[in-house]
Design a protein around this ligand. Structure first.
Ligand code: PLP
Length: 344
């Protein structure tokens, strides 16, 4: 029989988006250009699909390490960064996990899967994080692991270096800095990597969400230990060969990230000009808004075939909040027009 506490959970819900302008999941909206698509499909022909994938993935880890100025033995790959979060929660010594609130929901959910208690530290009204409060909660709970999403999802802001450094200096457990939105952010904290500090990244937001590939950067000894609980062959052959190909064409995706940031500024300016819309600054590929009636606006947009994320049900600081992913210029224009109409 399945554990009672698992039976009491709700499964992660992915809404049906067929036929809609999809601005709900922080995906990169650009499709591959014809030439690149052809060249990529061509490389897939080399895959021997009857064989298990390369289990060690040295070449891929080396390519990623070089981008970060690290060694291949400081990189561990996961089936999306979600899988790595699960490995960290499984492998870290028993004890409480501390996260800010609100933040990425999977830290909390996966902690429950592995029977790890969670303590949350409310963000300030402007979504900044108070390092002293965070550290007090860590000490009170004798916490062993903390997740800091930098920039944070769903608020979009990046906590200051001062805040992050203070937490790292004074917290006695493992700090996981989740940089899922690094391609769109002004700052990165990879220079803080140490035996008790790891940096998590994903390729999902860069245009390869369908590949399911994430990685964690850390101290070589910690990575070696974590590798002991990695599923053999966790990254399939098609993903491995595709990732190597896409990394060789990184300039395409880097340009797309710059275009997304440009669109973000344009969206931000248009949203700020609207009455009854509070817009929060973002260093990610989405924007958080607060409106008067989030449920009604979410439904109104959906009726106009635009799918965004309604955060209202989470309550607290997210009351009346909506999160919109930056799409293609036409999609963003459609969203802005529809929002103006439903706000009336
Ligand atoms: C902060 C953060 N970390 C990790 C992830 C998971 O990414 P992946 O697609 O690599 O599992 C997300 C997804 O939205 C996220 O927002």
């Amino acid at each position: 029989m399945i554990r009672k506490d698992i039976r009491a959970l709700s499964a992660y819900h992915v809404p049906d988006s067929s036929g809609m302008i999809k601005l709900d999941a922080m995906e990169n909206p650009f499709v591959l250009s014809g030439g690149l698509q052809e060249a990529w499909l061509d490389t897939l022909k080399q895959v021997e699909i009857n064989r298990y994938p390369d289990a060690d993935m040295y070449d891929l880890r080396e390519m990623i390490a070089q981008r970060e100025g690290l060694d291949a033995n400081q990189v561990l790959l996961g089936n999306g960064s979600d899988e790595i979060i699960q490995m960290l929660l499984l492998g870290n010594e028993p004890g409480t996990c501390v996260t800010p609130a609100p933040t990425f929901v999977m830290y909390n959910l996966m902690s429950q899967w592995v029977k790890r208690s969670v303590a949350t530290v409310p963000l300030n009204k402007d979504f900044s994080l108070d390092a002293n409060t965070f550290l007090q909660v860590c000490a009170r709970e004798k916490a062993v692991i903390a997740f800091l999403a930098c920039p944070n999802n769903p608020t979009g802001n990046l906590w200051s270096r001062e805040t992050v450094e203070k937490i790292i200096r004074e917290f006695r457990g493992l700090v996981v800095i989740d940089e899922a939105y690094a391609p769109f952010s002004e700052g990165t904290y990879t220079d803080l990597i140490a035996p008790s500090v790891m940096v998590l990244r994903t390729f999902s937001k860069m245009g390869w969400a369908g590949l399911r590939l994430g990685y964690v950067l850390g101290d070589a000894g910690v990575i070696a230990d974590l590798n002991k609980i990695r599923m053999p062959y966790n990254i399939n052959s098609l993903t491995q060969i595709s990732a190597r190909f896409f990394l060789q064409h990184n300039d395409v995706f880097a340009k797309q990230a710059r275009d997304i940031c440009h669109e973000r500024s344009r969206m931000m300016a248009s949203l700020m000009a609207m009455d009854d819309v509070e817009v929060f600054p973002s260093q990610a590929n989405f924007i958080l808004l607060r409106v008067k009636d989030a449920d009604a606006i979410f439904v109104g947009l959906k009726e106009k075939n635009i799918l965004i994320k309604n955060m209202h049900a989470q309550g607290g600081l997210l009351s009346e909040c909506l999160r919109v992913t930056i799409g293609l210029p036409d999609e963003n224009n459609a969203f802005l027009t529809a929002l103006r109409e439903v706000l009336l």
